[in-house]
Every structure is written in structure tokens, then in C-alpha cells.
Design a protein around this ligand. Structure first.
Ligand SMILES: O=c1ccn([C@@H]2O[C@H](COP(=O)(O)OP(=O)(O)O[C@H]3O[C@H](CO)[C@@H](O)[C@H](O)[C@H]3O)[C@@H](O)[C@H]2O)c(=O)[nH]1
Ligand SMILES: [Mn+2]
Length: 737
């Protein structure tokens, strides 16, 4: 990474973890030998044997993807000190926050995220914070207005005492370590002010409103004109003031597709383009609080580095979480994922875009490729119009951005710009333009983040994973069964949408600039939506074999292969958890959830994609519910980690699989199994698999007998019972027939 002209602002190191490589390869060999064993055992050829072979081939391929993705992990080290020395003038950065529903995303959470952004360690006249509210909620607007008043005290306080976590919600969670009488007094004052602010917001005092809310009269969240309000401008244009704060609720009309978050991001891009037009844009979800105030400096080390400047499109920070539940009961804190897989991808063409915690180059979002950058060609007026739409002002701002002309903080006339900006936030603006197709956030997937990142990688750009200490951002990991399932189902759905589109990574590698290894990494994540189909088949196969007294697990010597695989795999995953300082309990919770989540959320996602491909229904972006972090005493409450259910059909596959395994166990125990026609009787292998699956599905088993939200709803159980009955019936027919 060394550079002759100037010192590199960041360095990248690839590291080897030989022990992991050896174990992973060994597991891969075992899977291959299992497949080979199946092929050569002619005596065993039967329907279960072939189905098992088919599923295991996919599992082997999946493991190969994991292996390939994790093979060359890398980390980078950034030098913000060097950046400050070598860059004459720091560039402007636009900050984007998206929120969409004041109930699922409580305004106090958004407010905290915004406060943590306003207090970043960066010249504040170079920052502008834009909040997109897809919920069109006056409460959000009001909360932000109040927050900007509070920020006048909060930001100087944070900077004076070099506070690390600049979101009051988290900061006041702990007593401060450091203390002088002056600090104590100010601390108490701030805490008081914050409590006041949060009460006001939570108690919804907005109804006693003032004139500002007129704009919200007669609005419905799905039917309203554009609302853009400048909550605060940095009039004095000074580095130690407060950044601009702008509220945007784009126009929404029924019947007019709004493309969920991708649509919101495009409006943010255009509106900010007219107002500040910063060359860099940092985007976060409403719950992603800045945990390290120097994040922008770290990310700029990558993007302004002499080599990074030409090659790297975006700097992505990992998604990590705060106030997490002990031992990861829902298996969604992704600690191992972040540690090994993200690092692995960072060693290839670069991390996926995660939808949040990412610093983008505006040019790249406008569709530029590394080759265009080299040529530096200017773009014709006709092209500008076709790509970016009819707004003259926006075309000018896009040309500035593409040709690298920065707009200076003192040039900006916000009030003027806001009037024009309303036009580009209207829902008809994108008609017959390249927005959502070649420009901006691309439409067509509910994981718009992975899609955008993929398209950027396909153009030949790289990305880098930025992992400063302390952790850059922390967000909210959903709790409970339904919320986790909704999120995972959306992810699997969105990934499948990408796979079945023209942006499929395989095509990207064959025809465009996506590297082969990066394609495998994308396939690894897309497999979240494909593998569940095989997992469900496999689970049914277990029950089928017990019910029909046939077998699919090799017997005699052949049995050593699955046993060895099982033991080594479990040992290997435990060691990953222990090496990361996590508990055995966390390991087990993740093992079990890695059986439950795909078979429910992933499988349902697959079905919903079939419906989409058959043009029967469309996919939607279901928002993840965000709860306020629990206070200490609630944290100790055992119930928060208990699995909850709701009426959603997402729990149907899992419930059915559990009932199937239970039924087949009962039939086995009662000795009601039919006599086996061939010599291949069901043996200990099938019984073990069945029992193991029942143990994994323990939360569901309990859910059959619990009450309230811990119970699987009767409707789900009834449908599952019917499905189980049908399955058993078919199995019996097969034997008789
Ligand atoms: O119509 C919509 C729907 C969602 N959002 C926002 O999108 C963000 C992410 O939504 P969330 O419900 O928190 O989804 P997560 O599953 O937690 O999000 C992950 O996955 C998404 C893709 O599915 C990415 O967009 C996110 O950045 C990534 O954190 C939130 O800020 C929402 O307010 C909108 O602005 N408009
Ligand atoms: Mn989220």
C-alpha cells in the first residue's frame, strides 16, 4: 500500500489464521467424502439417498462459499493525525438519517442519533445533517426542533469534556468516572435538560403545538406533499458552531411507488445536492448512534488517501450493537459474522455496503466508474437531464459534484435552495430519469444496500472496512421472535431479488468488473435465501425416513463421516466463540437459531420470491421495531430472552417441522413403524438427527404450551397440524403403494 508521492493515510494488513483454514478445509473434505460415499454405495440407492445427496451437495457448496469468503481476512489501520497534517482543507460531509415510522422507531431514538451526529469531531460548518422522515410525523419534526435547542448546550459540553458517546441516551446510562466540582455541576445540569427533553418528546407534548405544525395539517403518511424545513442553520458559518439541521418528508401519494428506503435515500441525495452538495455523504439508520466522534476522520483517511482516492468507492463501518441481551438469545448480534466473515470480505474487493454506517462519495452515487474518474470527461447537458431530471439547479449541482467543484460553505443560501429542493423531493421527479436505475440507490430489492454495493463493485470500485477503536457506531439489535424473523425474512427476500435480477453477481463477474472471489462472497450472503429450501427438505427427509422406516444416514463405516463432521464442526464453532470472549451459551443460542431462523424466515422469503416471480404479489420493506434500551433491572429479567411469537405465517414452517419430528418420534416409540421392505431400515442416525432438531426447536416446543405472546398462536398450530397429518398420510400411502 506504500505510495511514493505521499505517506499513506491508511494501511491494510492481510493476516493468516492457519488453524481456521486447516479446520475449515478438513470440514470441506469430509463433506466431499460424504458425497463420494453416497455415489459409490450402489446398494443404498433409494429416494431418500438421492434427496440427501442433493441437499448435501448444496450444503457442500455453501461451505465452500464460507471457506472462500473467510480465507484471506484483512484489517486496515487509519491515521487521522496524518490526514490532518496532509490535507489543507477538510471536505464537506453531508449526514443522512432515515426514519420511517414514529411508533416502530421512537422519535427519542432518532433524536439521539442526530445529536450524536451534530456533536461529531469535525468542523461543524462543513457538516449538514438531513433527516428523512417517511412517516411524515409532526412528532419527529417537533422532537428534532427541541433537540436542536438542546444541542446548543449538549455539543459544547461534549467537546469541552471530550465525551466519547455523544448520544445522551447512552451517555447518561452510566455514572461518569471523571469528576471535578465544575464537571459534576454541568453534568447534572445536562442530565436534567436531557430528562426534560425526553419527557417532552415521550409524553407527546406536541399537541400543545405552535405555528410550525401547520404544514402537517391534513397530511396522511401515505398521502402528503413534500415538507422541507430548515430546523437550524449554521448562520455564522463557524467551525465550532452547530451543523445545519434539515427535516425532509418527501411527497407521498397512494398508487405512486416510493421504493422504501432506497427512495428516501435518493431524495436525501438530491435535496442535499441542492443545498450543500458535499462530496462525501455519511448515512445512518435512525438507531445507529455514533460511538466514536472521530468516525469521519477515520473514513476520510481511506477516501482521501492518494490510492484510495482512485480505487475506493466507500468506507463501511461494521454494524455493532449496544444494550444487547445477554448471550444473544435470538442469534442476531452477529458478533462472529463481524469478526470473521466481514474481515474475510474486507480482504477481497471490499465489504458489502451495509445500508448504514457508511461514507460514500457523491460522484460514485451519481454513477461514475473508476475509468470515468481517470478520463475526467465532462458531461453534456443532455446527459445531465436524462440522468438527473429536469431541475436546472440540480443539473448544475450534479455537474459540480461529478467534476469535483466543491461548493463553499459561505456560498450557500439555504432559504433559496429549500424552495427549489421541494421540487426534487416530489414523487413524480424521478419519472424518465436514471434515478433508481443507474443513478443513486438502485430500486428492485428490499436490501437496497447490498444491491447498491454490488453495482458499485461491478463497476470495478473497491470498498474498505473501517474499524477504529473505540467502535464507530452502535445500533439496536431486535429482540423477540417476530421482530427478528421480520428482519431476517426481509434480508433473505431482498438478497433473492438481487439473485434473480440482471444485477446477479454471477453476471457481474462474467460481464462486468466484479472479481470472482467477491462474487463468491456475494453468493455466500445470497445463499441466506437459497439454503433454507434445502434445510427444510432435509428436515422433512428425517421425518420421512422414520415414518417409512427407511434410511438416509450412512451405516457401518460410512457413518464415521457425518459423526466426524458433526464433532469437528461443533468444536470449531465453539472455539470461535471462546476466542471472541463469548460464552458457550451464546454459542448454543446461535447454533440453535441458525437452524430456526433460516427454516422460518429464509424459507418464507423464498416462497415470497416465487410469488413475486409469478407476479402474484410484490415484496415490501417491513420496518424493524426499535425498543428503547432497557434499564439495568429489566436487563436482569429472564423473560426478555424468551422466545415470542405472533400470528405471522413466518412461524408456520418451523412449527410444522417440529410437529413432524414429534409425530415421527411418537410413532417410533410406540413401535408403529412399518416393516422395512429393503434392508435399509431407519437406524440410530435418523433418530439422532430427529432428536437434535427437536432440541434446537426447544423454544418452539415450549411455545406449544405457554401462554400469551410466548405461545404459538392456535391458527399456526392448526395449520401445522393439518400439514403434518397430510405428510404422515402421504408417507403411509407410499409404503402401502
Ligand atoms: O420505507 C422506508 C423503510 C425504511 N426506512 C429506513 O430504513 C432504515 C433501516 O430500516 P430497519 O427497519 O432498521 O431495518 P434493518 O433490518 O435494521 O436494516 C438493515 O437492513 C436494511 C436493508 O434491508 C438496510 O437498509 C439498513 O441500513 C440495515 O441496517 C431505518 O432507518 C428506516 O427508517 C425508510 O427510510 N423508509
Ligand atoms: Mn436497524
Amino acid at each position: 500500500m506504500a505510495n511514493q508521492n505521499s505517506l499513506p493515510l491508511y494501511e491494510k494488513y492481510w493476516y493468516k489464521h492457519n488453524y481456521k483454514r486447516v479446520t475449515e478445509s478438513l470440514l470441506f473434505l469430509l463433506l466431499l467424502s460424504l458425497l463420494a460415499y453416497r455415489i459409490i454405495s450402489f446398494n443404498n440407492y433409494s429416494f431418500p439417498w438421492f434427496l440427501a445427496f442433493f441437499c448435501e451437495s448444496w450444503f457442500t457448496f455453501s461451505w465452500f462459499l464460507t471457506l472462500a469468503t473467510q480465507w484471506n481476512p484483512a484489517v486496515i489501520k487509519t491515521y487521522p493525525g496524518l490526514l490532518l497534517q496532509s490535507v489543507k482543507e477538510l471536505p464537506a460531509v453531508d449526514l443522512f438519517v432515515t426514519t420511517a415510522d414514529p411508533v416502530l422507531e421512537p422519535p427519542i431514538i432518532t433524536v439521539n442519533t442526530v445529536l450524536s451526529l451534530l456533536a461529531l469531531d469535525y468542523p461543524s460548518h462543513k457538516l449538514a445533517c438531513y433527516v428523512s422522515d417517511d412517516g411524515c410525523s409532526p412528532l419527529n419534526f417537533y422532537a428534532l426542533q427541541e433537540a436542536s435547542e438542546f444541542a446548543k448546550f449538549w455539543v459544547p459540553f461534549c467537546k469541552k469534556y471530550d465525551v466519547q458517546v455523544r448520544a445522551p441516551l447512552r451517555y447518561f446510562f452510566h455514572k461518569p468516572k471523571f469528576s471535578t466540582p465544575e464537571f459534576n455541576q454541568e453534568w447534572l445540569q445536562m442530565k436534567d435538560m436531557y430528562n426534560h427533553l425526553s419527557h417532552k418528546i415521550e409524553l407527546d407534548e406536541l399537541r400543545k403545538s405552535n405555528g410550525d405544525f401547520e404544514v402537517f395539517s391534513d397530511t396522511d403518511r401515505t398521502n402528503h406533499p413534500t415538507i422541507i424545513q430548515v430546523i437550524r442553520k449554521n448562520r455564522e458559518c463557524v467551525a465550532d458552531g452547530l451543523p445545519h439541521l434539515i427535516y425532509i418528508s418527501r411527497e407521498k401519494r397512494p398508487k405512486h411507488p416510493h421504493h422504501f428506503k432506497a427512495g428516501a435515500m435518493n431524495v436525501l441525495t438530491r435535496v442535499s445536492g441542492l443545498i450543500t452538495n458535499a462530496p462525501f455523504m455519511l448515512n445512518v439508520d435512525c438507531d445507529m448512534i455514533v460511538n466514536n466522534p472521530k468516525v469521519i476522520l477515520h473514513a476520510l483517511c481511506i477516501l482521501l488517501d492518494s490510492r484510495g482516492e482512485k480505487e475506493v468507492a466507500f468506507a463501511q463501518f461494521p454494524q455493532q450493537f449496544y444494550a444487547t441481551l445477554k448471550d444473544d438469545p435470538f442469534g442476531n448480534q452477529m458478533a462472529i459474522f463481524t469478526k470473521y466473515l466481514t474481515a474475510g470480505i474486507a480482504g477481497l474487493q471490499g465489504p458489502f455496503y451495509g445500508g448504514t454506517n457508511c461514507l460514500h462519495r457523491r460522484k460514485v452515487i451519481y454513477g461514475i466508474s473508476p475509468d470515468n474518474m481517470e478520463k475526467g470527461s465532462s458531461i453534456s447537458e443532455k446527459d445531465l437531464k436524462e440522468n438527473f431530471g429536469v431541475s436546472k439547479e440540480f443539473m448544475e449541482s450534479a455537474a459540480d459534484a461529478l467534476e469535483g467543484r466543491a461548493c463553499l460553505p459561505n456560498d450557500i443560501n439555504i432559504s433559496n435552495a429549500v424552495d427549489i429542493a421541494s421540487q426534487v423531493a416530489n414523487c413524480g421527479y424521478e419519472h424518465a430519469t436514471a434515478w433508481g436505475k443507474q443513478v443513486g440507490w438502485i430500486y428492485g430489492s428490499v436490501t437496497e444496500d447490498k444491491l447498491l454495493g454490488l453495482i458499485i463493485h461491478e463497476k470495478g470500485w473497491r470498498s474498505e472496512l473501517c474499524t477504529p477503536t473505540p467502535i464507530a457506531f452502535t445500533g439496536f439489535a431486535p429482540g423477540g421472535g417476530p421482530t427478528t424473523m421480520t428482519q431476517q425474512k426481509r434480508w433473505a427476500t431482498g438478497l433473492l431479488e438481487i439473485f434473480f435480477s440482471k444485477h446477479c453477481p454471477i453476471i457481474g463477474t462474467l460481464l462486468r468488473g466484479l472479481t470472482l472471489r467477491q462474487c463468491l462472497a456475494y453468493m455466500w450472503i445470497i445463499n441466506w435465501g437459497l439454503k433454507p429450501v434445502f434445510e427444510v427438505c432435509y428436515a422433512c427427509l428425517i421425518a420421512y425416513c422414520i415414518l417409512t422406516n427407511s434410511n438416509f444416514i450412512p451405516k457401518d463405516l460410512g457413518m464415521c463421516i457425518p459423526i466426524a463432521f458433526f464433532i469437528i464442526y461443533k468444536g470449531y464453532t465453539i472455539s470461535e466463540y471462546i476466542a471472541s470472549g463469548l460464552s458457550i451459551r451464546a454459542w448454543w443460542n446461535n447454533q440453535r437459531m441458525s437452524r430456526i431462523t433460516p427454516m422460518n424466515a429464509g424459507f418464507c422469503a423464498f416462497l415470497s420470491i416465487l410469488l413475486k416471480l409469478l407476479r402474484i404479489s410484490e415484496t415490501v420493506f417491513d420496518i424493524t421495531k426499535k425498543d428503547l434500551p432497557t434499564s439495568k433491572d429489566v436487563e436482569d429479567d429472564k423473560d426478555v430472552g424468551r422466545y415470542t411469537f405472533d400470528e405471522s405465517l413466518v412461524f408456520l414452517p418451523g412449527t410444522t417441522i417440529l410437529l413432524l419430528q414429534l409425530t415421527s418420534m411418537v410413532i417410533k416409540l410406540l413401535g408403529l413403524q412399518p416393516l422395512s421392505q429393503s434392508g435399509n431400515r431407519c437406524g440410530p442416525g435418523e433418530i439422532f438427527c430427529c432428536v437434535y432438531l427437536i432440541i434446537c426447536y426447544w423454544p418452539f416446543l415450549r411455545g406449544l404450551f405457554e401462554t400469551g405472546k410466548y405461545r404459538i398462536p392456535l391458527s399456526t398450530v392448526s395449520i401445522s397440524t393439518i400439514l403434518t397429518y397430510l405428510f404422515v398420510h402421504v408417507c403411509r400411502r407410499i409404503i402401502v403403494g
